[in-house]
Design a protein around this ligand. Structure first.
Ligand code: OAD
Length: 266
């Protein structure tokens, strides 16, 4: 399979595999690009269908929800519908396989994602979510987790009915919103602490399928670099990340299985 890659990229995959096989503490950060080959559009892809005139950045904010809750809720119900039947691709599977493999080795992998889908979990990985979970809801006013006793609307994707009508909290009457971190909001404290610790202490930091534009997540690679880690980036397109030591410029679904196969056999 390596033969499908250019000789230069093949050499870089081998260099990355050697580096990774020789180190113990690895931190990985994934972004929307890792789920692209599962059929989930990335954030900076143009919106499709009904939503093509909206930018994700204009909908995923507390202000947008305060201004027009129905619009934002409908967009998330549409996104849920889009994601509900998607399954892991070879990149998610390879990562899960590597995590499983490290249980019987002295390597320590910390997998962090900016994604709100659950494809890492579906593949069998343990993952830290920095930006929340598409399948959970909470009250926009009192923060109570929303659980709909009658049909569990949008609390489990198996029970989704994608209703676009707004729901109100039974405790305070506030509107129910997705449990997702919006622009201008803080990241979950525990998840961010774990991510910072893993980035500061790792020997290699791998950035997979992220544009490295959205902070604070994009700062994790810099934190790792400042603490002496080598940085590997897997992305078919260039990013503003200037601290990368090894660039694997191909789709994650192509690179990850090759990389993991090499690491686990070295
Ligand atoms: P973006 O949409 O900004 O970037 C996706 C990246 O994936 C781009 O750099 C693409 O080149 C790359 N890509 C596309 N296909 C790929 C493939 N098959 N393999 C590898 N890479 C591929 O997504 P994120 O960086 O994840 O925040 O965006 C970060 C955050 O901004 C998101 O978590 C979301 C968004 O607004 C919130 O919802 C709070």
């Amino acid at each position: 399979m390596l033969a499908e890659l250019s000789p230069a990229l093949t050499a870089e995959v081998q260099r990355a595999a050697k580096l990774l096989a020789s180190k113990q503490r690895i931190c990985l950060l994934t972004g929307a690009g890792i789920s692209a080959e599962s059929g989930i559009p990335t954030f900076r892809d143009k919106q499709t269908g009904l939503w093509e005139n909206y930018a994700a950045e204009d909908l995923a904010t507390p202000d947008a929800f305060a201004r027009d809750p129905k619009l934002v809720w409908s967009w998330y119900q549409w996104r849920r519908q889009l994601v509900a039947d998607k399954t892991p691709n070879p990149a998610h599977d390879a990562l899960a396989q590597w995590q499983y493999h490290t249980q019987s080795s002295d390597q320590q992998l910390t997998l962090i994602t900016q994604n709100v889908d659950d494809l890492h979990e579906q593949a069998g990985s343990t993952v830290i979510h920095l930006h929340g979970n598409l399948w959970q809801n909470r009250c926009s006013q009192c923060n109570t987790t929303y659980e709909n006793r009658s049909n569990r609307l949008a609390n489990s994707k198996n029970d989704l009915i994608f209703d676009e009508d707004l729901i109100t909290c039974q405790h305070c009457g506030g509107y129910i919103r997705p449990n997702i971190v919006w622009f201008g909001e803080s990241l979950p404290v525990q998840a961010w602490q774990t991510a910072e610790d893993a980035a500061s202490n790792c020997e290699v930091f791998i950035s997979i399928g992220t544009s490295s534009l959205v902070y604070p997540a994009a700062g994790l690679a810099q934190l790792a670099k400042q603490n002496g880690a080598k940085i590997i980036e897997i992305n078919p397109d260039p990013t503003p990340n200037t601290i990368v030591d090894i660039t694997l410029a191909e789709k994650a679904g192509v690179i990850m299985p090759l990389l993991i196969q090499q690491i686990t056999t070295l």
